[in-house]
Design a binder for this molecule. Structure first.
Ligand SMILES: [Cu+2]
Length: 215
């Protein structure tokens, strides 16, 4: 277990310090130019400190949450959490007031639930321009979480570790939309899985994670 993670961790640390060095050098150059004027230098350093603090916080996201709200004429609501674990990101959903059976469950491009039918959330979140597929496929939309299945009382529970979604970089799900559909995702029809209308919409935001307590 240690070896598996040691090498990528080293590579990641190397990348981060390389990026930090570039950033630092740029900042130093600016400081040299502005250092001639007293006072400017202090302000510049203050700004840099703020930026570095923000970067550190972004890298430390360990948990995200989407509170789901019904679209017009629906009652479907609930909560979905995304928690960083060793193997990926664990997605846990508790949804209520769904019609019994399977419903498409996807991350969509925009964190915008403002339109009554939630079409404002755009299409599936697909930064790699892949084909639509099921959650276990190697090639899929990053947003392809598959289906959520409701029991006879309309309650749906989903608990799965996903290896495609991220909290940073191009595949970051932070600020994106989360949609539950009227019908089942057939996991093959392009580009939507033929899952029909949208019954519930939420926006994925940063949640208080395990690391937050340390700061
Ligand atoms: Cu969808």
């Amino acid at each position: 277990m240690q070896n598996k993670f040691f090498v990528p961790a080293l590579a990641a640390a190397g990348l981060i310090s390389f990026a930090a060095m570039g950033y630092w050098a740029q900042g130093a150059q600016q400081q040299e130019q502005q250092g001639k004027t007293k006072g400017t230098r202090g302000r510049q350093q203050g700004r840099e400190g703020q930026v570095k603090g923000a970067m550190a916080k972004g890298a430390a996201i360990t948990k995200a949450i989407a509170v789901m709200h019904p679209t017009k004429g629906q009652k479907v609501d609930g909560t979905v959490t995304f928690t960083r674990v060793e193997e990926g990101i664990r997605v846990q959903a508790h949804i209520h007031h769904l019609a019994p059976g399977k419903h498409g469950f996807h991350i969509h491009e925009f964190g915008d639930c403002s339109s009554p039918d939630a079409m404002s959330a755009g299409g599936h979140f697909n930064p790699q321009m892949s084909e639509h597929a099921g959650p276990d496929a190697n090639m899929r939309h990053v947003g392809d979480l598959g289906n959520i299945e409701a029991d006879d009382s309309g309650h749906a529970h989903y608990d799965k570790v996903d290896t495609h979604i991220r909290f940073f970089g191009p595949a970051s799900i932070i600020g994106r939309g989360l949609i539950i559909h009227e019908k089942a995702d057939d996991l093959k029809t392009q580009p939507t899985g033929n899952a029909g209308g949208r019954v519930s919409c939420g926006v994925i935001g940063v949640a208080k994670g395990a690391d937050s307590a340390a700061r």
